[in-house]
Ligand binder design. Structure first.
Ligand SMILES: [Zn+2]
Length: 143
């Protein structure tokens, strides 16, 4: 895509929290672990230092569980999950950004990795996230 280096901003539903990415992501991850399947998130990973947050932490709450070392962050008002970030950020830390808060047409077509976080902790296959916001063309292996 020609605008690959153009910053892209997404917001929670009420607009109190905004997330700006340095560029359009090339791929996303759909994970079926106990948290991600409930949030129905679509993650893109960026260096934490390259992401700009507006309204965070002032308008956000966070959730952590087990010993994962990260917080899931959501808007205090509308509840939309915006991202996850390390509990103890380091200079090379990365963040997981929930692409569901971004305009699907602006995201364009994305490769979506189906990650089996609930089971084998590995990628099961890839599908395509279309500009209309739906994921199509499942290529999961049959068993
Ligand atoms: Zn909100």
């Amino acid at each position: 895509m020609s605008n690959a280096d153009t910053a892209l901003t997404g917001t929670c539903h009420c607009g109190a929290v905004a997330v700006t990415l340095p560029r359009r992501p090339e791929a996303a991850t759909n994970c079926n672990c106990s948290v991600c399947r409930r949030y129905a998130t679509l993650w893109a990973y960026f260096p934490l230092a390259e992401v700009t947050f507006t309204g965070h932490p002032g308008h956000t709450d966070r959730y952590s569980w087990g010993d994962k070392g990260l917080y899931f962050v959501r808007c205090k008002t509308c509840g939309c999950v915006t991202h996850w970030e390390p509990v103890e950020p380091q200079p090379d830390s990365r963040a997981g950004i929930n692409l569901r808060n971004f305009d699907a047409a602006a995201l364009g077509t994305l490769k979506v990795r189906m990650f089996d976080g609930a089971g084998a902790w590995t990628k099961l296959g890839e599908i395509e996230h279309a500009p209309n916001g739906f994921s199509i063309g499942a290529t999961l292996p049959t068993s």
